[in-house]
Structure formats: structure tokens, C-alpha cells
Design a protein around this ligand. Sequence first.
Ligand code: DGL
Length: 281
Amino acid sequence: MTADRADDRPIGMFDSGFGGLTVARAFIDLLPEEDLVYVGDTGRYPYGPRSLDQVAGFAHEIARYLVDAHDVKLLVVACNTAAAAALGTLRAQLDVPVMGVIDPGVRSLVRATETGRVGVIGTVGTVGSGAYQRAVESSGAAVDLTVAACPGFVEFVESGETDSDQVHVLAERLLAPIVEAKVDALLLGCTHYPYLARTITDVVGRDVVLVSSADETAFEALAMFHDRSPAPDEPALAPAAPGRTGTHRFVSSGDVERFRDLGARLLGPELAAAERAPWSP
Ligand code: DGL
């Protein structure tokens, strides 16, 4: 079904920092007519080692800001840790549709495997929440899942260090259970990890397919806009007017100049400026 009306309000998206830019890239490429407001909560990253309750508090604060200050029509939780902590309560409390990255990632993962031996890596918070274990189980796929937490990976990405010897040494240690399990598909269950793809591949081997949730999440948004009617309990959603060129705004709760500089390196030229989040320290 194609929506017969246009809605030029922006899509809202957030992450603890730079990681969600992997998801933003996929949205910008796949939905070029949509406006986007991205929040990187760099003043409070990393989320991974924090309690799920605290991360849920941050997620609700940012979601409220995106809805109230930017009037977003769709909220994308481009952070696995925040999705593990708060996707359900965000969906229950907000009047706009809310998408996470966990279910789209699992769908790609189970499609990618041939042997049925799959892996997921994520932050301590995400892995400890059991969200991936539950999502794989409810996908109904007959796969053998190995999960590993990778504390420290996010900090390397946030410091702009994505393929140093130090990251490699850490990856060798943290990915040992994945290598041992002989998986043939590995889901990067943290949106920062695609920036470490080269190091991760060096460690797990070129024959392991690395799966990221970014593209699948963007394709799901495309389908929500253009191909399907909302479920009865889902708020309606309409795409931006065809042919328009979307604008992209970036908000950071940390050092905005650093966010712009490193963000532009990671995302590309769309990140030409960054604004200060109202809750910045
Ligand atoms: N990108 C976030 C995720 O997907 C990283 C969380 C963190 O800040 O530790 O989980």
C-alpha cells in the first residue's frame, strides 16, 4: 500500500554517541527525501556499562526531546543497549511509532547463516539483558547462538581509533568464544561495531559474514512508509513528499565541535554542523 498523503516532519534517531551514525547512513541513503534529526548522547556515553534502568531514563529523556522539540513522526532507537533497556516502554508511552535495531538485526542474521551456527556481539548491557537471546528464540529459526560482550570496543570508536594494534589485541581476546564456536554469520549487535569491521574480520576470518542491523532497519522503515498498512495498535505513518531533498540535523550532548569533526569522518559530508543538546553538561 502506498500512503496517499505526505508528512514532511523529520525522523528522530538517537544513540549514545557515534554508533547510530551507521544507521543514519542507511536511512539517508535509502530515504533521501526524509528529514532526519540525530542525537548522539556523547556527554553520557558509554551506555553499555550502565544499569538498564539508567539507560532507560536517558532513552526516555531523548525521545521526549525529539518528539516535543522536533515533532518527529518516527523514532528510531539506533542503539542496541537503549533498545534492550527501553523499547517496550517507549512504544507504550509515545504517540509516534518506535523502531529498534534488535529484531531487524536478528532477521538479517538468520537469513545470512548457512551452517546455523551464529554469533552476536554487543555491549555488556545488551548481552546481559538477554534481548538477543529472546529475539533469536522468538524468530523461530533453528540456530545455535553464541553471544559475547565486547567491553571497550565502543570507547575505541568514540576516540576515533578503529584499527590500531590495541583494538586488535582486545578483539582477539573478546572474540575468542565466537571463533571457537565456528559461526558462519556474526551480528554486530552494537551500532558502533561496524566501524570496527576490519579488525573484527581480521580476527574471525573472511569467511564469517558480518551482519549489521543498519540496512535492515532502514529497509523496515521504507516498508513502513510505502508497503504496508500499520498494525491496529500502531500509529499511522506517512512518507515525506516525493522528490524533495531531506535535511539532516545532528545534536550532541558532548563536545559539539568534536562531534562534527569525527562524525563527518564516520558518516560523511551530511554531518557539516552539530548542535548542542539542552541537557549537555
Ligand atoms: N551504539 C550503542 C549500542 O548499540 C553503544 C552503547 C554504548 O554506549 O556503550 O549498544
